[in-house]
Design a protein around this ligand. Structure first.
Ligand SMILES: Cc1cc2nc3c(=O)[nH]c(=O)nc-3n(C[C@H](O)[C@H](O)[C@H](O)COP(=O)(O)OP(=O)(O)OC[C@H]3O[C@@H](n4cnc5c(N)ncnc54)[C@H](O)[C@@H]3O)c2cc1C
Length: 341
């Protein structure tokens, strides 16, 4: 089991606001589709018990706002739309002045963002400008001032009590359920994009392009089943010959350890762990994975963990619900066949 110990921390500072209201950052794609993780962010924002305003950015933000009105977020008050093409790429340099402006004008007691690469990109910048310490990777909201977040690669769970009057929070989407379809009575309001911070213009940063791996598989961050391969698979060919058929049989996403990624068995977008993706599937199958603490940091919220490893002393067996000790070259094809039947 992962060791966990509660530690209590306090954070001070802020502008002395009294009103309790939340601004939630709703991440959207260039096509105006709300990112799945934002549905969890909206749920987490609801847990704060305040009235919520949501902010959406980009040229298709109006479309996304219309979809947001069809979600079951009872406390949603207003949807702020910043329809600006330069925001389509969600670059932190462009988001920061917009959010900073909203937080300065809006008297929000809480600002909630996903702990995604986008959220992690701009939240510290906003924190620095407002002289506030962000509370990152929150996995539980105990009350509007008290949050639980993992520290030291998930080795401890810290309970953070914030006395800041304005709290900047990033939440791990895998730790909260998603809001479902429904309706709300939030009005859409168009807001002009701020392009400067305290009189200083945005640095000339521009999006050059993205090289994304396209996959029909479920997205790792929200997959219900994951088959993950480690260095024990020895090479790319074995990784593909054993992991892929098992994942296909289960309709699962494919993940990997950093050692497997570094050895070139698969793309680095599949890495799970402290420096990779954080996942929370119903079923996690680890093949030839030793169970290093940095890998376990990414699967802490997995429901059922199954491990196949030839070493009975491998640490993965300490967190596994089911374990098979043996050679994966024999066991995995057999397991895949049995599952097909
Ligand atoms: C700062 C930092 C950050 C890191 N971040 C991450 C991270 O995000 N994610 C991550 O995964 N790692 C991360 N690591 C690396 C981590 O410490 C481990 O090195 C890595 O997770 C090990 O990967 P592995 O389990 O695939 O390889 P190994 O530790 O080499 O384990 C391979 C396992 O395969 C088993 N095996 C071998 N052959 C067979 C066989 N034929 N049949 C069955 N079993 C077999 C072995 O018994 C062994 O247990 C990080 C390290 C550092 C220092």
């Amino acid at each position: 089991m992962l060791r966990s110990a509660a530690r209590r921390f306090s954070a001070f500072g802020g502008r002395g606001l009294t009103q309790a209201s939340t601004l939630a950052f709703v991440e959207t794609s260039k096509e105006g589709v709300i990112a799945p993780a934002s549905l969890n962010v909206l749920y987490a924002a609801g847990k704060l018990g305040n009235q919520i305003d949501a902010v959406l950015l980009g040229s298709k933000a109006q479309e996304a706002a219309a979809s947001l009105q069809k979600l079951d977020v009872g406390s949603l008050n207003k949807i702020l739309v910043v329809s600006e093409q330069s925001l389509d790429d969600l670059l932190p340099e462009h988001i920061t002045p917009v959010v900073y402006d909203l937080l300065q004008k809006g008297d929000y007691s809480h600002f909630v963002v996903p702990a995604s690469s986008v959220g992690k990109g701009f939240l510290p910048r906003v924190g620095a400008l407002l002289d506030l310490q962000p509370i990152c990777d929150v996995t539980q909201i105990l009350d509007p001032n008290t949050f639980v977040r993992p520290m030291y690669a998930g080795n401890i769970l810290a309970t953070v009590e914030s006395q800041q009057s304005q709290k900047l929070i990033s939440v791990r989407s895998s730790a909260f359920p998603a809001v479902g379809a429904g309706s709300n009575s939030a009005a859409i309001e168009t807001v002009a994009a701020s392009t400067s911070v305290n009189g200083a213009e945005i640095p000339p940063v521009q999006w050059e392009g993205a090289n994304l791996v396209k996959s029909e598989r479920p997205e790792l961050g929200s997959a219900a089943r994951i088959v993950s391969g480690g260095r024990g698979l020895k090479n790319k060919e074995t990784f593909e010959a054993l992991v892929t058929p098992l994942a296909d049989t289960l309709g699962a996403a494919i993940g990997a350890t950093r050692a497997a990624v570094d050895a070139g068995f698969c793309d680095n977008s599949l890495q799970i762990g402290q420096t990779g993706k954080i996942v929370a599937p119903e079923l996690y199958i680890a093949l030839g994975v030793s169970g290093a603490i940095q890998h376990l940091a990414g699967i802490k919220d997995a429901n059922t963990v199954v491990a196949i490893n030839k070493d009975p002393e491998a640490p993965i067996f300490q967190v596994a619900d089911y374990g098979l000790v043996g050679d994966l070259n024999e066991l995995v094809p057999e397991l895949t066949e049995k599952l097909k039947q």
